[in-house]
Design a binder for this molecule. Structure first.
Ligand SMILES: *Cc1c(COP(=O)(O)O)cnc(C)c1O
Length: 369
């Protein structure tokens, strides 16, 4: 590993590999895996992650928006791509790049069929998304007759898969709710499968679904956060390894005398002589202001150093009074220690938000540890 000389987000493909192996150990060998690589691969590097996942056996990718899929296509990736959140305005991009839309409403279905007919495509793969309780996107059980009728009237599209999304698969207190979602999905998808002359595949589990409800794996699972090293549960986290490590360096060290202050609005006041280090990473890089004023911390030579004062746009200051360190030394903002999980707990959010929020200004470095 090269010595860190600036702020970088290291992406460890061996950790990805290990996480993939752990997650797939929970499901049958014949169950396929859809790698969820939306939002730049949860803030990592979607192309590097996708290529590694192909070598591991992933057979589908999911992105939220078409541009995310186009980035994969431009990198030469030919694997099928499900676009989770298409809009009529993006149909053209989706078809041009051979991506497959999730169809989630009657009007979207009619508009896509009209579009597909105009484009002269046949059997274009579409995926039916059903709302079973998340109340975000999706058809309801009442829509099945409409869907079947519209699909039977055209040869421009074919139903490639039927899916739904769980609202609280990580929450053990919501088991009954999750089971009712799974029951609804089973009955809706059975109706669709019974009435069609061909057999679409089915999928409804996200990462925590795989870990907690493997009995509902159907033909495929859609895993995101677990691949990147988080299992929404301390026990699961111990089997997974964070793929992303945000590293930086100490730009400058100051000795701040008792009574002096640090940073904007003088938010930190030294009650005694304090050694501080300034780091080249700030809220524009994704380190939220909520982490300021000793809520968040980083690790310097394995030791905990709190963020003091307010987080600036491009910098943070940390307290290194008790740490033997100098300018140029490496700092871990998150990774193995602190983990994005423990760090986000103090500001009442989840690792998803921290890792996807590291801005594109931060250079991604691919490695295998
Ligand atoms: C983001 C997303 C996933 C992945 O969820 P994880 O909790 O990250 O595994 C799966 N399915 C849908 C529809 C999603 O939007």
């Amino acid at each position: 590993m090269q010595k860190t000389t600036e702020t970088v987000l290291e992406i460890d493909l061996n950790a990805l590999r290990q996480n993939y192996q752990y997650l797939t150990s929970k499901i049958d060998k014949t169950t396929e895996v859809m790698g969820v690589v939306k939002a730049f691969g949860y803030g990592s590097d979607a192309v590097a992650v996708a290529k590694e996942l192909i070598s591991l056996g992933v057979s589908y990718f999911a992105v939220a928006y078409p541009d995310e899929g186009i980035a994969l296509r431009n990198a030469g990736i030919k694997t099928p791509i499900l676009v989770l959140h298409p809009l009529p305005a993006t149909f053209k991009k989706i078809v041009t790049y051979s991506m497959e839309p999730a169809i989630y409403s009657r009007s979207m279905m009619q508009q896509f069929i009209t579009f597909a007919e105009k484009e002269n495509v046949t059997d274009y793969p579409i995926h039916l998304k059903f709302n079973t309780g998340l109340n975000r996107l999706g058809f309801t059980a009442d829509d099945t007759a409409f869907i079947l009728e519209n699909v039977s009237k055209t040869n421009s599209v074919k139903i490639q898969s039927v899916f739904s999304h769980l609202a609280a698969s990580e929450d053990h207190l919501e088991k009954d709710f999750t089971k009712s979602q799974l029951d609804q999905f089973r009955s809706i998808s059975e109706i669709i499968l019974e009435k069609l002359p061909y057999k679409p595949f089915r999928h409804t589990l996200n990462t925590s679904g795989v870990l907690n409800y493997p009995e509902a794996q159907y033909d495929m699972v859609r895993t995101g956060i677990g691949l990147y090293g988080f299992g929404n549960d301390p026990k699961e986290n111990s089997h997974l390894k964070p793929v992303a490590t945000l590293k930086t360096v100490i730009s400058q060290i100051h000795t701040v005398k008792k009574g002096e202050t640090v940073g904007y609005n003088r938010a930190f006041k030294a009650s005694e002589t304090t050694k501080t280090a300034t780091l080249p990473v700030g809220h524009a890089d994704g380190i939220k202001r909520l982490f300021g004023n000793k809520r968040g911390w980083v690790t310097v030579h394995g030791k905990k150093a709190y963020i003091i004062g307010n987080v600036c746009m491009d910098m943070i200051m940390i307290d290194v009074t008790e740490i033997d360190c100098e300018e140029g030394d490496e700092v871990i903002v998150f990774g193995e220690n602190p983990s994005a999980d423990e760090l986000t707990q103090v500001i009442n959010t989840i690792p998803y938000e921290l890792i996807t929020g590291i801005s594109q200004r931060v250079k991604r470095v691919i490695c295998r540890k």
